[in-house]
Write a protein that binds this ligand. Sequence first.
Ligand code: ADP
Ligand code: ASP
Ligand code: MG
Length: 453
Amino acid sequence: MQINVLKFGGTSMADHKTWKQVLEIINKYEFPVVVVSATARTTRRLVEAGELAARGKLKEALEISDSIKERHNQIVEDFLKENPHEKNKLIKDSCRKNTEAKISKLNKLLTYTERQSTLSPQMKDAIAGMGEQISSYLLAQCGLALNMMTQHIEARKIIKTDAEYGKANPNLLEINQRCGSLETVLENGFIPIIGGFYGESPKKTITTLGFEGSDYTASLIGGAVNAETIEIWTDVSGIYTSDPRFIPEAKPLDEMSYFDATEMAYFGAKVLHPSTLKPAQERNIPVFVKNMFEPEAAGTKIIRESHHELDVLAMSFKRDIATLTISAYETVMGYSFLTKVFSVLEKHRLAVDAVNTTEASVTIALSDSALLDTLSKEFIEVGNVSLTKDKGLLTLIGCSVNSAQKLTEHIFGALGDIPLDLISFSKEKRILNLVLNNEELIEVAKRIHKKLF
Ligand code: ADP
Ligand code: ASP
Ligand code: MG
């Protein structure tokens, strides 16, 4: 059985018209396993509701919950109106009942959050995961109105994780075992539809895999069923040389390697969750990024080895970076200085984006977070600390080994008199990182893109 895992993101799940398009794409496959996101903007609104409740604004939080309910009821209603079927009443009733139950659970979580006056990570995940729980059930029901044998499969039964809320780690052994049931569903002629992004901890609580986590759900399932392809269906025709929303001249790439695509996601390209390619890579499963609205366009194929003759393959950028420079006290031995700095990062499980060192100082660039002040305090044990916020990180990916000279010339030409905070280049990894001010990031990205692509 050659299984294709298809993932549809928030924009694909925007309204009843896109739901129809999603179902039509699914219908072209013999053995599809489908993973869907929440409807567009729903996850963000759910988190907003949780935050409002924690600040005592339960009424506003419940209004959001109510509008989410109304929106989903409306999508189903419009869908069924445009796709009449003898079972429509049955489908509509079961949709309403399911959404009602989910929203009533959500309201309980919001009320509890208000009483606690804080949105705990556990509660935040339970609330945030609600969007996919609702959308996946409803899409499966709407499939029935098109005479498709769509079957909702609860993600909690399959995506088993640890209890690290907000960024849960999948339990691959359990996931691999439980995905066996999907093959039975397919053998019986049904099409499994699963909510992405969330899973379940050993304590049976809801966890989430991080923002954009539905991509990761799809690849975890793809790896587990040893899929023929994992296909990320979205609103652009593949991975572009840079974010087309900001760089209109950006072009889609035909092909790239797992490594380059991972780096691209890690350094800010929202088109993929950074962990997506891991399960695919382990089993050498090609990953496609394709456009829902232009299904005929080739999209991008991501595979193990992809060679190119270009000076540079692509460019990512990421806003809201902070830089921390730690200058060692004279009493701290040079050889233990870096160990001390990195053990603080390890303690807080923080990954850095770029690093520069001199013999007695280190500058690290990392995403701005609530932890920065704690970090700065801990670094004071080792040296003088200076913290700068509101920075942006620009990353060139797949730099050709022989073009470093040419690239830096172009970069400095593009920068003009815009100040640069940090530059680092890894020949081995073919990555060049620049840190500069947030407000100049997009302008510099545009200029560099014009020169290099
Ligand atoms: P989905 O809802 O399908 O998950 P996302 O919004 O998460 O969609 O991802 C698609 C968006 O990613 C695109 O609309 C685009 O703006 C953004 N993006 C950022 N960098 C890139 C890139 N290099 N190539 C393509 N899209 C990118
Ligand atoms: N709905 C989640 C988010 O907005 C997961 C996803 O769409 O991939 O991050
Ligand atoms: Mg996405």
